[in-house]
Design a protein around this ligand. Structure first.
Ligand code: ARG
Length: 588
């Protein structure tokens, strides 16, 4: 059964069609004025009147006349210059509520034609600590993969590890300075390297910044790292063997970190995996004239007539013969085309890389690697400090992801203690709850804004149990869970739903809007509409809960009906939380 909103839209569409006007004008929207009496409105009469050169109120009158007597319509009236206010027929509330209650998808449809959607997100760099930009990419990318999957698309996610740049040369040379006797550095040795890695994650975390700091002030040191990177890329066996160790060590640590965040990737590929495809790709681009020579380098010209700002050519091969970031991205597109064949690829990456992706996408299209519109940069803005500037540590450094997360969990723990929550569940469970609340706090704070919006990192606000926050939503879900437990103990079972009270109807309409929120989130590649929906739903439940007694209701039929409404709400709320990468505890 379509949503109530869609059923009304269809009725209005018929009304427009009866006057030989476009059906699309019949789309109804939730109304803000007087929603208790008329929860929906349709504004199509105004543009239609313009089109038909008639008076909008008159036209609205004809539409309303058509509506009278239709089974979906409870009431319809004209307001102002030609708005149509609408109330659904009584029976729709209980019918739709029953359907949502019985549906494991809580009323959200699957997409008609599923697509294969590749999502490239996370993008941490081997040996470089993850920072807050990687947090945004991870949280947003993970929610997007959940949304698309839930909606019925086939999703393949890839972490696309940064394991192929100068940082590898830094690591190799810095390790050589510390342990020159390792076999990897002896050019005469070409195989039989130890299978145990010569470094652990702490070593990597130390070696990279050490080398990068030296290279900043010492040109010769930088040159050594560059040369090592080039040798690595050219295939020097000892360096390749080291690279493999570095990647393995990093991936093991990253798997733990991402696991703790609740973020999953189908593929753990890296830039280096695309390397074998590069020589062939470069030859092909040269042969077909996609790439041209320029100052000793090979470039793909991507500027187009009418561009507002000049887009530099993509450098495929540098003067020194090195493949660059854009080259790896192109080779990765080729790899994915050959092995996966996605209809759509979403790159969940910082706004600052907009030009890079524009270059890569245009080059890929020019070379026929991807159809127009099949590659999309899902951009996001910055996380700022209270000064409105990019979030920095006290000494001006970039914030480590691990520190951000642990501070959120710690703040959540304090909040729980302040509020006397999760107090008698045992220490271990208390910690688990604090973790859930802390993660929900940062994830929700990130996702609730449209992604290109910059936001201020404010743990006090994020971890509050009041207002539009992750913890508020968890608490709302926990309240319903506890109600469901008490109902079970009292032997009360959910029954058929009758939505008579205003708060009950309002709750049904909130539940009804889930599918539209999901569609919009997928459409915009932005989960903020799910955040809004979950918040509205939790608020509607809260009003319902205080106005409509459940377990203490006198009438058993009413009791069972209200309990069923609560159960449906919990199901949908938990689905929303899941889509946002959050999880509610059983109690707190
Ligand atoms: N490793 C990159 C960074 O830290 C992000 C990778 C984004 N994905 C891509 N296909 N280029 O900035």
């Amino acid at each position: 059964m379509p949503s109530i909103a869609d059923q009304l839209s269809a009725a209005l569409g018929d009304a427009f069609a009866s006057l030989e006007l476009p059906r699309e004008l019949g789309r109804v929207t939730p109304s803000k004025q007087n929603p208790e009496v008329f929860p929906f409105q349709c504004n199509g009469a105004m543009p239609a009147a313009k089109q038909a050169k008639t008076n909008p109120r008159e036209l609205a009158g004809k539409l309303v006349e058509f509506l009278h007597g239709l089974p979906q319509i409870g009431a319809a009236e004209i307001a102002g210059p030609g708005f149509i206010n609408l109330r659904p027929a009584e029976h729709l509330y209980s019918e739709r509520a029953a359907e949502i209650a019985a549906d494991e998808r809580a009323g959200a449809d699957v997409v008609e034609t599923p697509r294969k959607v590749m999502i490239d997100f996370g993008g941490p760099n081997v040996a470089k600590p993850m920072h807050v930009g990687h947090l945004r990419s991870s949280v947003l990318g993970d929610s997007l993969q959940r949304l698309f999957r839930f909606r019925g698309d086939e999703v393949v996610s890839d972490i696309h590890l940064g394991d192929w740049g100068l940082q590898m040369g830094h690591l190799i040379t810095e390790l050589e300075d510390e342990q020159p006797d390792l076999p990897y550095f002896d050019a005469a040795i070409t195989d039989g390297y130890p299978s145990e890695p010569p470094v652990d994650i702490e070593d990597l975390a130390r070696l990279y910044p050490q080398a990068s700091a030296k290279a900043k002030s010492d040109e010769a040191r930088l040159e050594r790292s560059r040369a090592a990177t080039a040798e690595l890329q050219a295939g020097r066996p000892g360096y390749r063997a080291l690279l493999k160790h570095f990647i393995d060590v990093s991936v093991a640590a990253l798997k733990k970190d991402f696991g703790a965040l609740g973020v999953h990737f189908d593929l753990w590929k890296g830039e280096s995996d695309a390397d074998p495809l590069i020589p062939g790709l470069v030859e092909d681009f040269k042969a077909r004239g996609v790439a041209e020579e320029s100052d000793g380098a090979w470039v793909v010209r991507v500027a187009r007539e009418g561009d507002k700002k000049e887009l530099a050519p993509l450098i495929l091969v540098s003067k020194t013969g090195a493949a660059l970031y854009g080259t790896t991205d192109l080779a990765t597109i080729l790899d994915r085309k050959q092995t996966i064949g996605p209809d759509l690829t979403l790159y969940v990456v910082d706004l600052a890389q907009s030009d890079h992706f524009e270059q890569v996408f245009r080059a890929a299209e020019k070379a026929g690697l991807a159809a127009e519109g099949a590659l999309e940069h899902v951009k996001f803005g910055t996380v700022n400090g209270k000064d409105g500037k990019r979030l920095r540590t006290r000494d001006g450094g970039t914030f480590r992801l691990a520190d951000l997360i642990s501070s959120a969990i710690q703040r959540a723990d304090e909040r729980l203690k302040e509020a006397g929550l999760a107090a008698d569940v045992g220490a271990e469970e208390h910690d688990r709850v604090a973790r859930m609340v802390g993660l929900a706090a940062i994830k929700f704070a990130d996702l609730q804004n449209y992604r290109t919006t910059n936001y201020v990192f404010d743990l006090d606000r994020f971890t509050s149990f009041e207002g539009k926050t992750g913890p508020y939503l968890l608490y709302a879900a926990v309240r319903v869970k506890s109600l469901m437990r008490r109902a079970e103990e009292a032997g009360v079972k959910p029954g058929s739903i009758q939505a008579d009270a205003a708060e009950e109807r309002d709750l049904v309409l909130s539940l009804d809007a889930f599918g539209a929120a999901l569609d919009q989130a997928c459409e915009n590649r932005a989960p903020n509409t799910i955040c809004d929906h979950a918040f509205t739903l939790a608020q509607a439940f809260s009003k319902f809960y205080s106005a409509c007694p459940i377990l203490s209701a006198e009438d058993d039929v009413v009791k069972a009906s209200r309990l069923a409404l609560a159960q449906a709400t919990l199901k949908q709320l938990e689905l929303c939380l899941h889509l946002l990468g959050m999880e509610a505890p059983e109690r707190m």
